[in-house]
Ligand binder design. Structure first.
Ligand code: FES
Length: 94
């Protein structure tokens, strides 16, 4: 049933990104620097893309920030405000 929410290995019509972590990653980001947020959930360098997505149906989200400070980037890959956490992970259960 909903078992595939954490697994995009099956060939369903609606593949889901892998949940890398059921909570955000707190990271210091630098104003104006280009970043690529991992959307597929497969990167070994979370929350950033390491090109592991080439084996998936997903692509990274490029972004920059206006201010150098700590940001909370989505780890569950279900956020509606990518790449930032919107607390959707709290609805995933466990
Ligand atoms: S490794 Fe996940 S989007 Fe690139």
């Amino acid at each position: 049933m909903a078992d595939d929410a954490n697994d995009n290995e099956d060939a369903s019509d609606n593949p889901q990104p892998k949940v890398a972590q059921t909570g955000p990653y707190a990271v210091e980001l630098e104003a104006g620097k280009p970043y690529f947020w991992c959307f597929c959930g497969q990167s070994a360098n979370q929350p950033f893309c390491d090109t592991a997505h080439v084996e998936s149906d997903f692509a990274p989200t490029p972004f920059t920030v206006d201010e150098t400070k700590t940001y909370y980037l989505c780890g569950c890959k279900r956020t509606g405000t990518a790449p930032f956490c919107d607390t959707t992970h709290e609805t995933l259960g466990g």
